[in-house]
Each structure stands twice: as structure tokens, then as C-alpha cells.
Design a binder for this molecule. Structure first.
Ligand SMILES: [Cu+2]
Length: 116
């Protein structure tokens, strides 16, 4: 299921990235936006609870809320992490807020922070 979802999500994202790369200045897709306004800051963080941390596999299992950018409802699942050092700050039971994207076909946490 995750593989199929990954392909469905990754293709439009790749097409969008190529379209932006071929548009000088990217003005067609983001009128008036500064190039510094990156995708990360524009994306709302999703709430979650850490269920398991697997440093050997570079994976964190998160019980997460809706992930609109991945077209994913709330569920508990494993994520890769963009940087394995993220796992050092996580332990089961932690309340977190995070972003996830499809990287190389896998759901990957690209930003994570403690929730308050
Ligand atoms: Cu999920």
C-alpha cells in the first residue's frame, strides 16, 4: 500500500518540480513569492505520537494525524528520516509535530519537533 501511494504522490510532485525548474524564476507557479519562502515553512505541521524508534533501520513509527500532502489519513506507520540524527531526539511516547514527504518512494520525515 505504501509503495503504491508513494508512486501516486511522487509522480505529480516530480512533474511539478520539473515544471518549476523549466520556468525562469518560477513566477508562473508562485507569483510574488520570495524564493526563500520554502516548501517546508509553507507546509503545516502534522501532530503525532512516537510509537517506536529504530535507529538501526533509520525508522520511526509514528501514530499520526492527517497528512494532506501525502493524501494520507490518520494512522500508525513507519517513516524513514531525512537525517538519522533526528532519531537521537525521539523516544516512544513523545508528542511531536512533523512534516513528511515521499523521498525515493518512501514516506520520509523531513522535519520533526517536540509538540507542546
Ligand atoms: Cu500514514
Amino acid at each position: 500500500m505504501m509503495k503504491r501511494l508513494g508512486i501516486l504522490v511522487a509522480l505529480p510532485l516530480a512533474a511539478l518540480a520539473m515544471a518549476q525548474a523549466q520556468t525562469p524564476g518560477g513566477s508562473a507557479s508562485a507569483p510574488g513569492k520570495s524564493p526563500r519562502a520554502g516548501a517546508v515553512s509553507a507546509m503545516p505541521l502534522t501532530e503525532g505520537t512516537v510509537e517506536r524508534v529504530d535507529k538501526a533501520r533509520g525508522e520511526v513509527v509514528i501514530q499520526h494525524g492527517d497528512l494532506p500532502n501525502l493524501g494520507m489519513p490518520a494512522m500508525t506507520m513507519g517513516f524513514n528520516v531525512a537525517d538519522k540524527r533526528m532519531l537521537d531526539r525521539l523516544k516512544p511516547g513523545d508528542k511531536v509535530r512533523f512534516n513528511a514527504e515521499i523521498v525515493k518512494g518512501e514516506a520520509t520525515v523531513t522535519h520533526i519537533e517536540a509538540a507542546r
